[in-house]
Design a protein around this ligand. Structure first.
Ligand code: CP3
Length: 353
């Protein structure tokens, strides 16, 4: 074996096998984004947010920015969960100061217009970005690919925008179950295809974002969060058994108990509301956990952050664990707080040696 073929295991990938580590790997949800001045510069050059997502040159550039600035263990593809509806043919835009705006799906006739073939073609630049990133990143920095989960994607596709009450999505989920199941079937196929193409292009870890998992009742959670994700992971595990899958089911609460087993995940990303001692005793013995600093505390920084980070490290120490936030970085977070956070995590290893 020549030197260049020698496998260098990234800290992030070894966390899944539970190999003993001095300090946990760290990456942050939304680590590329508006809190970085260099992101805002590229974003202005690229045009619209979706233009940025579909430009391999600019998308790879912004994904690399946090890696250059901070000592992070993973890069995440720069894209968005809503490239799936856009790729499937549903009109999708991001309006300045508003967020996502989609031409909302009104019923089964609209569902049947969604096209997987169109998506595969439309998202070629996204898979090119993955390939370019893997070719550029140092081997010890893992590359994470991602997708939205069917339930969270469906909320945007049916509401046409970010929602607080999910009146339309819940109407379909609880009343028009058969029709909704048809939409979810299409999204299961779309997510499997999207994630498979990312793995083929070089993604080494996958994260599935179900940001709105926590707004469903017990039955809804099993039917529309667990069942579709379990179908997705089963398909991916068959084709790519070596690629770990993380699931971010935000707000799942007590449902985190046993969740990894029920959905076939290799790790669970926890939100900041989850009680640490409970998660350590109940969830961590079942699976790797990732999380869960409150992004608002990262924005505050200083002693408040020192306290929160220490609580988290104390709780998770000894088990399988990746340090992260409980949700994405807030746009007005000072970048030096991120640098300070990474330092705290690295130094935690020295302190316990
Ligand atoms: O660095 C990374 O984490 C990778 C890129 C990434 C983005 N969005 C870029 C982005 C990832 C993984 C996402 C996931 C995403 N997108 C989720 C799931 C995670 C979560 O936050 O709950 C959701 C629900 C979306 C949908 C979305 N995208 C919304 C609601 C918005 C508008 C709100 C906002 O923050 O602006 C976006 C836009 C978006 N996605 C931005 C970025 C960097 C900001 C766009 C800009 O530059 O104007």
């Amino acid at each position: 074996m020549t030197h260049s073929e020698k496998p260098i295991q990234s800290r992030l990938l070894s966390a899944f096998s539970g190999s003993c580590q001095d300090y946990p790997p760290i990456w942050l949800m939304r680590q590329a984004g508006r809190y970085l001045p260099e992101y805002r510069e590229v974003r202005a050059k690229a045009g619209s947010f979706l233009d940025l997502c579909y430009s391999p040159k600019y998308a790879a550039e912004v994904a690399l920015q946090p890696i250059r600035r901070f000592d992070l263990d993973a890069a995440i593809l720069f894209s968005d969960i809503l490239v799936i509806p856009d790729g499937l043919g549903q009109m999708t835009r991001f309006d300045e100061g508003v967020g996502p705006v989609l031409l909302r799906l009104e019923g089964p006739d609209d569902f049947s217009l969604l096209s997987l073939t169109r998506m595969e073609t439309h998202l070629v630049p996204v898979y090119q970005t993955v390939a370019d990133l893997r070719a550029t990143l140092p081997r010890e920095v893992a590359l994470i690919g991602f997708s939205g989960a069917p339930w969270t994607l469906a909320t945007y596709m049916l509401e046409g925008k970010s929602s607080r009450e999910f009146a339309l999505a819940k109407y379909w989920a609880y009343v028009r179950q058969e029709d909704f199941a048809h939409l979810v079937d299409i999204l299961v196929e779309a997510v499997v295809l999207h994630l498979s193409l990312q793995v083929k292009a070089g993604a080494q870890v996958l994260q599935i974002f179900d940001s709105w998992a926590g707004v469903l009742d017990d039955w809804g959670f099993r039917r529309w969060v667990e069942e579709p994700i379990a179908r997705i992971t089963a398909r991916l595990k068959r084709d790519f058994p070596e690629v770990p899958i993380l699931v971010f089911a935000r707000g799942a609460g007590a449902q985190f108990d046993g969740l990894a087993g029920r959905i076939g995940a290799d790790g669970l990303a926890l939100d900041s509301m989850v009680p640490l001692a409970w998660a350590r005793d109940v969830v961590q013995p079942q699976t790797l956990i990732q999380g869960n600093l409150d992004p608002a505390i990262l924005r505050i920084g200083g002693p408040a952050m020192d306290r929160a980070v220490n609580d988290i490290l104390t709780a998770w120490k000894g088990g399988r664990f990746i340090f992260n936030l409980g949700h994405g970085i807030l746009p007005d977070t000072p970048p030096q707080h991120v640098a300070a956070l990474v330092r705290l995590i690295r130094e935690s290893g020295k302190a316990t040696k």
